[in-house]
Design a protein around this ligand. Structure first.
Ligand code: AMP
Ligand code: MG
Length: 390
């Protein structure tokens, strides 16, 4: 049995690194940026009016001052002349501020009669001008690696970037094993259960930035497993679920041998998830997850997520951890690192009453995994614990 930390190190060694590809911005959401991107221009590219009003010289501002309106600057259509003392240019939000003007009087603060405006007596001190480059200038760089989300895409578009270089999406084949399993929506017989794990894991893979392929369920027979492995060909990561303990029906290890796969480790000192295994199958990494639903989701989080992120250009390392105080006492931990289902509510960690690794309903209400190191001492309510957001 090896530590979680060592298992992760092995997984990083097994993980193939994805190449990169260029995609248009409208297809880049959720992708991992692979190359730094520089802004192509300042934003705004010119001093722009922040309001509808009149561009004037600030030295002219006093209550009752008449100014002659000499033209108009609209968004997309600047005024080409120069504003002199005694003059004003009608201006709209987003329009370039004309040369000579350094202040925009909002339209509510003037009265207009033909080509003349009279300034009111309550003009504030704000110039209502967005300076050139006030948002960013052409030196702005968005650095890789970075998972691109809606806010990044808005920024990149404003930077006049239309195509980005991103990591290719890793493909993850998900193989469920077990005579007892049927997919949701079918008619299970009295002895069967629903194969839930691949759906949670596939969603996890998609959220990380990969593509999951949910393969047909493999029965507990060598030929069925081999068919499943054949179907997994071409995947960057092949994940089996279940069939990895030492029961008579646990054939995954045997089938792997048949394919000449090399085993990197088997069994990790953690709870839930002890019967985790990993190896190499050709260029693909092979990860054998435990079948118990919570174990497979926790192992997916703890191992698959950092591994896939590494494959797409992030540093090799475990998921980030935070600290929060416990809401209740917790007993001493045993010899395996324990990932306890918990909820972080109002800054306090509440551990779930039932920690059985088959309880998806408990996992469903959790938003954190509290990490209890091997042999960690008992803690009291209020003591700080480490947790991983989940
Ligand atoms: P195993 O490792 O095959 O002995 O499976 C351990 C437990 O997890 C058993 O109760 C299985 O029925 C259950 N299990 C295995 N695979 C899945 C799956 N894909 N979805 C839900 N439960 C599973
Ligand atoms: Mg099984």
């Amino acid at each position: 049995m090896i530590s979680v930390e060592l298992a992760l190190t092995h997984l990083f060694d097994l993980a193939p690194r994805m190449g990169t590809e260029c995609v248009p911005l409208d297809q880049a959401n959720g992708r991992i940026l692979a190359r730094d991107v520089s802004a192509q221009r300042d934003q705004p590219p010119f001093a722009a009016s922040a309001m509808d009003g009149y561009a004037v010289q600030s030295a002219d501002i006093r209550a009752g001052q008449p100014l002659t309106v000499i033209g108009e600057s609209a968004a997309g259509h600047r005024y080409h002349g120069v504003v002199q003392s005694g003059q004003a240019v009608r201006i709209f939000t987003g329009a370039p501020v004309p040369e000579g003007a350094d202040f925009v009087v909002i339209q509510e603060d003037v009265t207009r009669d033909g080509d003349v405006i009279i300034l009111g007596d309550a003009i504030g001190s704000a110039a209502n001008i967005r300076a050139q480059g006030a948002d960013f200038n052409a030196s702005l760089v968005v650095t890789a690696p970075r998972r691109l989300g809606p806010k990044d895409l808005a920024l990149l578009a404003a930077m006049n970037v239309d195509v980005v270089e991103v990591a290719k999406k890793p493909t993850v084949a998900l193989i469920s094993t077990g005579d007892e399993l049927v997919y949701p929506g079918q008619s299970p017989n009295a002895d069967q259960i629903i194969a839930s794990n691949p759906f949670g894991l596939a969603a996890m893979v998609a959220d990380i930035g990969g593509t999951a392929r949910i393969l047909p369920i493999a029965a507990d027979r060598m030929d069925a497993l081999m068919t499943a492995f054949d179907l997994a060909a071409g995947a960057d990561v092949i994940v089996t679920i279940g069939g990895a303990s030492v029961g008579d029906h646990d054939l995954v290890a045997k089938a792997l041998q048949h394919y000449g796969a090399t085993q990197s480790f088997y069994k990790v000192a953690m709870r839930p998830g002890k019967p985790l295994m990993a190896g190499a199958m050709g260029a693909a990494a092979m990860v054998g997850l435990p079948g118990n639903p919570v174990s497979s989701m926790v192992c997916g989080k703890i191992f698959l997520e950092p591994m896939l992120r590494y494959m797409m250009g992030f540093d090799a390392g475990p998921l980030p951890r935070n600290m929060a105080p416990l809401a209740q006492d917790v007993p001493q931990n045993g010899p395996r690192e324990h990932y306890m289902r918990a909820s972080l509510d109002n800054g306090k960690i509440n551990l779930a009453d039932r920690q059985d690794s088959a309880l998806l309903s408990v996992l469903g209400t959790a938003n954190a995994l509290v990490v209890r190191p091997p042999h960690a001492p008992a803690l009291r309510a209020g003591d700080l614990v480490e947790y991983i957001a989940f």
